[in-house]
Design a protein around this ligand. Structure first.
Ligand SMILES: *[C@@H]1O[C@H](CO)[C@@H](O)[C@H](O)[C@H]1NC(C)=O
Ligand SMILES: *[C@@H]1O[C@H](CO)[C@@H](O)[C@H](O)[C@H]1NC(C)=O
Ligand SMILES: *[C@@H]1O[C@H](CO)[C@@H](O)[C@H](O)[C@H]1NC(C)=O
Ligand SMILES: *[C@@H]1O[C@H](CO)[C@@H](O)[C@H](O)[C@H]1NC(C)=O
Ligand SMILES: *[C@@H]1O[C@H](CO)[C@@H](O)[C@H](O)[C@H]1NC(C)=O
Length: 488
């Protein structure tokens, strides 16, 4: 008999449990580490489920470089614990399509019954995005290494952001691709593969002139939903969805899948996953939180998708921390304990300001350097690593007139993208955590997590200051922090 501690709304309960629950939580936007302790490096990824194991393929990004890393592969039994298996597709020096300066983006893998091999497809390009091709490589085993076969123009056309979808009802696979930014392009194609998945057959549908990218399709028993982002490079925007009864359409009008002005919780679409367990089906959104300041450190935003097929609606839901059980096909949000900025103490020029959108109508602003800080006290801890989410507002889009480019909400604007805060537990300045806080919007509070170790008991403090982001030492405005129970 195992006992696991469960926190409910801040109260500590001791419950007897017949079995240990999921070992690990899913924490969107955290620094995810593999079983060796390294950052998971598999951007714009996709998941192949192979005999019950999840295989994550994604772009391997080298620090300081945009491209050239190849495709990395990880495996998991629970979608939370990831084991690295190295590079599934390794760049080849001097190769026309997979050299260290080639674009190898948005890889997808499918098992081909007729060939008895695993087939990897991706957006294959040169560094100026002038080729617009789709690459194919094959392997006898799922983790590879994969051998390059060819890079081709799909049915003679251009192909930029690449997606792949396999219909669970008949096993047929389809390619999704935006055909680029040229005036003649700006469409997204949905095209069927041949039986072998070695080439494309026929265009099934074309999403005309919406000028979208990063396409993916999620299937329910009744519907297909196609999710895509707008085209703002590494800056996030409002992802949209379309619905249809059949892949060939008719497809609905698009709608925005997340609360307005959150820019899809600061993420871009890329993949969706259907998890069918013994008790139900969960749909997951697997997005990227690109960090153009440091691409290799970009985070993953994986969230549950709420679909109502009767109302024909789909929404991506935010949860700081959730517990997904892939065996039952269900998930639950993890409850944390909140500490509000309203009740915290400020130092220096940091102060509490009226904000009708914040907890208790107050937000802490003016957090700057290490002498204008906010301290939350009386925090309950367990002595074990715990997820703590920092709910903040970053209004850099209001525009700092003296900064290059200004704000995105003005002509010719560009984004600063993030403020950086320092986080210190119990006044221990020997150990300073770095918290990236990306642009939100006026009145939009989003959160970003850190894993912290607090002392057991209720006398912990967390102090937040401002670190340098290239321009200034400001941290974002803080609404509240939420402390989650440790993973069992
Ligand atoms: C599938 O996984 C099970 C264990 O979960 C294993 O016994 C079986 O051999 C695997 N099948 C294949 C084809 O790899
Ligand atoms: C990429 O390919 C296009 C089309 O062949 C070509 O015009 C362009 O110069 C190439 N870019 C690089 C960096 O090689
Ligand atoms: C390529 O795509 C464009 C835009 O979708 C379309 O007008 C054109 O017919 C396509 N060309 C081919 C050869 O399919
Ligand atoms: C406080 O911040 C300043 C920069 O604003 C830095 O030079 C100094 O080292 C910091 N002091 C401590 C104790 O972190
Ligand atoms: C709580 O911590 C402060 C120092 O941060 C200390 O002065 C105080 O005695 C502690 N209180 C208890 C009850 O442990």
């Amino acid at each position: 008999m195992f006992y696991s501690k469960l926190w409910v709304s801040g109260g500590l309960l001791l419950l007897g449990a017949a079995a240990v629950a999921q070992a690990k939580y899913i924490v969107p936007g955290a620094r995810w580490r593999d079983t060796d302790g390294n950052l998971v490096n598999a951007h714009a990824g996709s998941i192949l489920v192979d005999n019950g194991t999840f295989w994550w393929f994604g772009e391997y990004k080298i620090e300081g470089q945009e491209e050239g890393g190849g495709v990395s592969v990880y495996s998991s039994e629970d979608l939370a614990t990831w084991t690295h298996h190295g590079l599934a597709l390794e760049p080849v020096e001097g190769h026309r399509y997979i050299s260290p300066s080639s674009i190898i983006q948005r890889p997808k893998v499918v098992y081909s019954e007729p060939t008895g091999q695993y087939h990897m497809w991706w957006h294959a390009d040169n560094s100026s995005y002038g080729l617009l091709l789709q690459g194919l490589a094959t392997a006898d085993t799922v983790a590879g290494p994969y051998t390059f076969v060819d890079a081709t123009a799909p049915l003679g056309n251009w192909s930029q952001d690449f997606g792949m979808f396999t219909d669970y009802k008949d096993g047929r696979s389809y390619a999704l691709y935006s055909n680029g930014d040229s005036v003649r392009g700006r469409d997204v194609y949905l095209t069927s593969y041949n039986e072998e998945v070695t080439g494309l057959d026929a265009v099934v549908h074309r999403f005309d002139k919406f000028d979208l990218e990063a396409p993916t399709i999620i299937q329910t028993d009744k519907s297909y939903y196609a999710l895509m982002s707008h085209k703002t490079g590494y800056r996030p925007n409002n992802v949209v969805a379309f619905r249809a009864d059949s892949l060939s359409g008719p497809w609905s009008q698009p709608w925005i899948v997340s609360p307005l002005n959150t820019r899809t919780f600061n993420s871009q679409s890329g993949f969706t996953l259907r998890i069918t367990g013994c008790k139900g089906t969960t749909y997951l959104y697997l997005g990227d939180q690109w960090d153009s300041n440091s691409l290799w450190e970009s985070r993953y935003i994986w969230l549950p998708i709420n679909i109502d097929d009767n109302k024909k609606t789909l929404a991506v839901e935010w949860h700081d921390v959730y517990d997904l059980n892939v065996k039952t096909g269900s998930w639950r949000p993890v409850e944390g304990k909140e500490y509000h900025g309203k009740d915290a103490t400020t130092s220096g020029n940091a102060f509490k300001q009226e904000a009708n959108f914040a907890s208790g109508g107050v937000i802490v602003t003016g957090i700057e350097g290490n002498d204008s800080t906010v301290t939350f006290s009386g925090i309950e801890g367990t002595g074990k690593p715990q997820w703590v989410s920092f709910h903040y507002q970053n209004t850099d889009d209001m525009g700092f007139g003296d900064q290059p480019g200004g704000s995105p909400d003005r002509i010719g604007g560009s984004w600063q993208l993030r403020r950086v805060s320092s986080v210190v537990v119990n006044g221990n300045t020997e150990s300073v955590e770095t918290l990236y806080q990306r642009d939100t919007h006026k009145g939009i509070v989003l959160s970003t997590p850190l894993q912290l170790t607090l002392e057991e008991g209720s006398n912990n403090t967390i102090t937040v200051g401002g670190l340098f982001n290239g321009f200034y030492y400001k941290g974002a405005d803080l609404d509240k922090i939420v402390v989650y129970p440790p993973e069992s």
